[in-house]
Write a protein that binds this ligand. Structure first.
Ligand SMILES: *[C@@H]1O[C@H](CO)[C@@H](O)[C@H](O)[C@H]1NC(C)=O
Length: 201
């Protein structure tokens, strides 16, 4: 009788603690966390300009009167120095509740791998431009879509398992093809919100 009372109150304690707000930390308590060392945009309206590495994430597109997309801005997110032999690598996104994300249309984003298997090409400074990635004859992107995400405050989600192998990894974030309206999303990568990799989890 006494035992069951104790168990019961213990159980309700567990319930209470799981109901309490979980403190938000970008790094999950598992394996190793790696933050992007490269955050760089490419702009369709300035196709030959190389933009500097910065701490912002910015993706946008506009549609003209005849329904054609133009003035796209896409986001490159790069991670460097993943140890060789690391396992269970995963690309994740997490934002604290109420995190400042400026968005119009809250678009779904497609994520593609960039220079997958070509680790040496992923570095900063670099010569990355819209022209280089979207008007070239050979595609720097991996096969198909690596993952999708919709960036909203309070989310914590895995985008996908990374391609295997250590070294450097880069991803291109684009507005999903099926979004046929003006749309954009923007945030500042900080320790309270943004993209990160985990491995050895
Ligand atoms: C393209 O969009 C950016 C904002 O993303 C804006 O600053 C710029 O003026 C636009 N350019 C054109 C040609 O509409």
């Amino acid at each position: 009788m006494r035992f069951s009372t104790i168990s019961l109150s213990f159980l309700s304690l567990i319930n209470l603690s799981s109901a309490a707000a979980t403190p938000v930390e970008l790094a999950p308590p598992c394996g190793t966390t790696l933050y992007p060392t490269i955050l760089q945009q490419i702009y369709e309206d300035r196709p030959f300009k190389v933009f500097a590495n910065n701490r912002n994430f910015y993706v946008s597109q506009e549609f003209d009167a005849s329904g054609n997309v133009y003035n796209r801005t896409y986001q490159i997110v790069g991670f460097e120095k993943i140890p060789p032999g690391s396992y269970a690598c995963q690309l994740n996104v997490k934002f604290s509740a109420g995190y400042n994300i400026a968005a119009s249309g809250t678009p779904t984003l497609n994520v593609k791998t960039l220079f997958n298997g070509d680790s040496n090409k992923i570095k900063s400074p670099n010569h990355w431009t819209w022209n280089k990635f979207y008007r070239g004859t050979s595609s720097p992107f991996g096969q198909g879509i690596f993952g999708t995400t919709t960036l909203t405050p309070g989310i914590s989600s895995a985008i996908n398992r990374c391609p295997t192998g250590g070294g450097n990894l880069a991803f291109m974030f684009e507005i999903a093809d099926r979004v046929l309206t003006d749309a954009n999303v923007q945030f500042k990568q900080t320790d309270k919100g943004g993209l990160y990799l985990t491995y050895n989890c």
